[in-house]
Write a protein of this length. Structure first.
Lengths: 351, 317
């Protein structure tokens, strides 16, 4: 066992990828600066001085540069401290990175990784805490990975860098401080494969990225009431491992999707639609979605209190799927011990 | 000189044949013809090798052919055939020929600018003495991505040749309605790049001026911005002239058509005693048979199999 943080796992994985392959390079606003992308790129410039770069504040242009470099034989990793800033780069990502392989008949692909970080809490607000995963997952030609642990972060980063296609690598800021057992060597977690995070027979809970942690907490409270939830941590949302979801739903007959993103036009709806369309599946109850409300997160402490879903809301939603009233007392007490806008009680701000 | 004339003539006759046959409705894609702008493409490509890269825009036929892209690959692509340069997936606006170093043309104005800079960045990282020529028009300078790309190319002294063919119009809108009255090269100056403006219809002058500059690019002296003043003879998109629309003054049209790059080149060759009726016939005959053969080949080539639809979403390892 070697327990390290999500941040350290990403840093180590990037370091090892840079060491193992001369064609890998890392670029992003602030990569070599003292804050080093929340620590994920610390010391990498001094260890790999010719292939680690800061960059001008030009998200779209530099995404295009990464695409060109990939076509020229390199394996770029470009990183954005906030997902919201990647909107500048949608032209290059969607019109070029996602299209170069198909547009020219499969002659050259774009092996590029775009890291982007979702913010939450401490005043991040409208333009610093959006989860825009559905925008990227909508586009054919892109792959989108959403690790929920330090182990998955490193393994999926390695897979992403080695993949011949453009991969959007989405990190939730609140995962950065979480820890798990991480192997010291280079290893891969396969893209496109879900992970059964918890086995159960009563219902299937599909989730990914940060909410996986909240679901696993909720599972503890469900078990005390005799409810066995099967939790699927998707790990990749494009291509999405629909066979894994269907296999689980075939067993449980009930489905809840917990997604930290807007409901309308989001991927939770995509999961529900795919399951509902499948004539070989029989559902015992109407499938449900638990998501952000369909409006942007405000910035201020007071108003964000009821924006995000925690274990309490998850247990409540499981009750709706099961058609019975679950006891919310213990999970409500637990949730009251947490502060809603910081990842842990030691956090003193700012992000 | 003869070779440059041949290359320009080949582009001209190819596009004239495209225009002639376009009404048959078998080339079912938009065509943005380069007639009038051949000297720019050929002049720029003269001292580039197949190891150097070029990227281009929606108006790419001339660049593709000048850089050495296969003629049959172009014509088959226009007909959507399986042996087109993009396997019948791309059409006129998506041309590519990696063997010739033509890395691709796309249909979003300014879209290939950073891609070209990225190719040059890869060359620099791999210490390969390659140049990337980025062919754009005048309107691409209005896109933010041009400035982002120019800034980065200049910052890292990348081996990039920005070639802006200034034909005065973006679709039907004149430059004066889009940009303030200052030389385009002032923009390059602002980005700390070397820059020059040349007569875009004088192929020999472009090639001669560029020769030492390309050497300096290979030696790592930083990017160069080249403005080539030229004119599109036909409509923005399609096989016809659109003089009847009246957006370009008659006197302007006459002035520029009198400066047809093929006429200029012919006169230069006559002055040097390199022109003869026999040479003209030889060139025309050679180009005619090449062009006819390419069309014959394309018309007789198969369309892509239905299974090719959606076959290139992801590359495999």
């Amino acid at each position: 066992m070697r327990i390290i943080s999500f941040v350290e796992a990403l840093r180590e994985g990037t370091d090892q990828l840079l060491a193992a392959d001369d064609s890998v390079f890392l670029i992003g606003e602030g990569v070599p600066d003292p804050k080093s992308i929340f620590g994920t790129t610390a010391d990498l410039k001094s260890r790999h001085p010719t292939r680690v770069f800061d960059m001008p504040i030009s998200e779209n242009g530099l995404t295009g540069v990464a695409i060109g470099a990939a076509l020229g034989g390199m394996r770029p990793v470009i990183v954005h401290q906030r997902m919201d800033f990647t909107l500048y780069a949608l032209d290059q990502v969607i019109n070029n990175a996602a299209k170069w392989f198909s547009m020219f008949g499969g002659q050259k692909s774009v092996p590029m990784v775009v890291r982007m970080i979702i913010g939450r809490g401490w005043g991040q607000g409208n333009q610093h805490s959006q989860n825009l995963e559905a925008l990227y997952a909508h586009v054919p030609g892109l792959k989108v990975v959403v690790p929920a642990s330090a182990h998955a972060a490193k393994g999926l980063l390695v897979s992403a860098v080695r993949d011949p296609n453009p991969v959007i690598f989405i990190e939730h800021r609140w995962l950065h401080g979480t820890t798990s057992d991480v192997a010291p060597e280079l290893y891969t977690v396969p893209i496109g494969k879900a992970r059964v995070a918890h086995a159960g027979r009563d219902l299937t809970i599909v989730t990914w990225s940060y909410p996986t942690l909240e679901v696993m907490k909720a599972v503890e409270f469900l078990e005390t009431q005799g409810v066995g939830a099967e939790v699927l941590d998707m790990q990749t949302i494009r291509p999405m491992d629909m066979p894994a979801i269907k296999e689980s739903v075939r067993k449980t007959g009930r489905l809840l999707v917990v997604n930290d993103a807007w409901k309308f036009g989001g991927l939770a709806g995509e999961v529900l639609a795919s399951v509902s369309e499948d004539e070989t599946l029989t559902l015992k109850a109407r499938p449900q979605r638990l998501t952000y409300p369909d409006f942007p997160s405000p910035s201020t402490h007071g108003l964000t209190k009821n924006y995000y879903n925690g274990p309490r809301e998850i247990v409540e939603a499981v009750g709706r799927v099961l058609g019975k009233k679950l006891d919310l007392g213990a999970v409500t007490d637990y949730q009251a011990t947490r502060t809603h806008d910081v990842p842990d009680q030691n956090f003193k701000g700012p992000f | 000189m003869k070779d440059l004339y041949y290359k320009m003539l080949r582009i001209r006759r190819t596009e004239e044949e495209i225009a002639k046959r376009y009404g048959e409705q078998q080339m079912r894609c938009p065509v943005h013809l380069s007639i009038g702008q051949e000297a720019a493409a050929v002049g720029v490509a003269t001292h580039l090798s197949e190891k150097d890269f070029m990227v281009s825009t929606h108006r790419a036929h001339a660049h593709y052919l000048a850089k050495g892209g296969r003629l049959t690959g172009l014509i088959s692509e226009l007909y959507g055939k399986a042996d087109g340069c993009a396997k019948g997936q791309g059409g006129s606006m998506h041309l590519v020929d990696w063997k010739a170093g033509f890395a691709g043309s796309t249909s979003i104005v300014g879209g290939t600018i950073p891609v070209g800079v990225g190719l040059a960045f890869a060359s620099q990282l791999k210490r390969q003495p390659q140049i990337t020529a980025i062919c754009i028009g005048d309107a691409a300078l209005e896109e933010g991505v041009f400035h982002e790309s120019a800034n980065f190319a200049s910052l890292h002294k990348l081996p990039v040749l920005f070639v802006s063919e200034n034909n005065l119009y973006s679709c039907y809108t004149h430059l004066k309605d889009r940009q303030p009255a200052r030389p385009l090269t002032d923009i390059a100056h602002g980005h700390g790049m070397r820059h020059l403006t040349l007569d875009g219809n004088d192929c020999f002058a472009i090639a001669a001026e560029l020769k030492p500059l390309l050497t300096s690019l290979r030696q790592g002296e930083g990017p160069i911005f080249l403005e080539l003043q030229t004119y599109r003879h036909l409509e923005h998109c399609g096989p016809n002239n659109d003089d009847h629309l009246g957006y370009r003054p008659t006197a302007e049209l006459q002035t520029w058509r009198a400066q047809d790059p093929l006429l200029i080149t012919r006169k230069q060759m006559e002055n040097k005693g390199l022109w003869s009726a026999a040479f003209e016939k030889e060139m025309e005959d050679k180009v005619f048979s090449e062009v006819q053969e390419a069309f014959h080949h394309a018309l007789n080539s198969p369309f892509p199999e239905p299974s090719e639809l959606g076959a290139y979403i992801y590359a495999n390892h």
